[in-house]
Design a protein around this ligand. Structure first.
Ligand SMILES: [Mg+2]
Length: 378
């Protein structure tokens, strides 16, 4: 047996600003709470080891907070130098304890995310496996649905046109935004989309937290007739009791969890069975280490798993999951060639890659173009 201990010799963190091809608006914008989204912040990490391994990870942020994630990651990076990259759980704890006075969720764990992902990337590469094979793969393809064409700034005709385009490209479902004050406007859009793409295509809708429970109940009863795969974030993200009530009252499954920023914030949702579809987001809760707990809880409760965003990172974890799962297809990173690798769509599914680790590497030309700041620690 070879001794597989190793040592972290270099950590590099970068702050990137990824522009969107066009600004997008969900119900939060329509209700006047936010301005249209124009870019996504990324903090990336590259970890190098004495034995010659190199791991990559990232965390993202929409709107304000991206520079805070980066600042914290930069402060944490020196704590990894000289450590054994195999000890991921111990290093996760070490990084969290280093910033515990700012809490144990949100930015505190999101500063850890790029390192956690990079360390799992290294662990899988050392084992000569993909991440999903390392942890235990169950599927070689996962159904995927597209979100980018369903925002509220677009007319329903534009939404339908985009839907046809991505369905043809191999996506298996279409999500559109709802959550307007006059929910009958949303019902009309859903009806038109259903008519245009037919009864067999999966449709999801997302209210982005903009209804109260009684409005969501009323809207949900209209939406129940369209055989939707789920109704997402009908009410405020932290209202697990409201989500639970809707889940018990409506036929359409209730999805939520993307705004939760630690595994522990998700616990009441599991305990109350407040959702049918769990959307906890690996980068937002601190990486793969805490996400393994999410997989276990989802499995115990026989939930559908549909992690929010970050299709590149969520494809391997949905491939590990035994019950139904979905990957959320976003073209944003591919449009700017952020990674050297591209997703592979096939007849409604995203194909799980057998590349080593997470199977991702940053395209250096793009990184140079989008770079806002960087720091190397040896
Ligand atoms: Mg959403």
């Amino acid at each position: 047996m070879t001794n597989q201990t190793d040592k972290i010799t270099q950590v590099e963190v970068k702050l990137l600003k990824v522009p969107l091809a066009k600004p997008v608006s969900d119900a939060k914008v329509i209700m006047g709470k936010q301005t249209p989204l124009t870019h996504v912040w990324l903090t990336t990490a590259t970890i190098k080891t004495e034995a010659g391994y190199e791991g990559y990870g990232y965390v993202y942020c929409k709107r304000n907070g991206g520079t805070a994630q980066y600042a914290l990651a930069k402060e944490m990076a020196p704590l990894l130098i000289g450590e054994d990259p195999n000890d991921i759980s111990r290093l996760w704890d070490k990084l969290l304890w280093s910033c515990i006075s700012i809490g144990n969720s949100g930015v505190a764990v999101q500063g850890i995310t790029p390192f956690d992902i990079a360390l799992w990337d290294i662990k899988a590469k050392r084992a000569n496996l993909s991440v999903s094979k390392l942890v235990g793969q169950r599927k070689d393809r996962v159904p995927c649905y597209n979100t980018t064409g369903g925002f509220l700034q677009d007319s329903i005709e534009e939404v339908i046109e985009h839907a046809h385009k991505v369905l043809e490209a191999g996506v298996g479902g279409i999500k559109i935004k709802v959550g307007q004050k006059d929910f009958m406007q949303d019902v009309k859009r859903v009806k038109a989309l259903r008519k245009a793409i037919g009864d067999d295509v999966a449709i999801m809708v997302d209210a982005n937290q903009q209804w109260d429970v009684s409005t969501a109940l009323k809207a949900g009863r209209y939406l129940d007739e369209f055989n939707l795969v789920w109704l997402e974030e009908p009410v405020k993200a932290h209202d697990y009791k409201g989500h639970g009530r809707l889940s018990r009252s409506l036929e359409t499954p209730i999805a939520t969890g993307e705004m939760l920023t630690s595994f522990r914030e998700g616990l009441p949702y599991f305990e109350e069975r407040a959702f049918d579809v769990c959307q906890l987001d690996m980068p937002r809760i601190g990486g793969l280490t805490p996400f393994l707990n999410v997989l276990e809880r989802c499995d115990e409760n026989d939930l559908v798993l549909a992690p929010h965003y970050s299709m590149e990172l969520h494809l391997p974890v949905t491939a590990m999951y035994g019950n139904d799962a979905w990957v959320e297809h976003f073209e944003w990173f591919e449009q700017v060639d952020l990674f050297n690798e591209k997703s592979v769509l096939d007849n409604g599914f995203m194909v799980v890659s057998d590349r080593l680790g997470f199977g991702l590497s940053f395209n250096e030309t793009t990184v140079t173009k989008l770079l806002e700041d960087s720091s190397v620690i040896n």
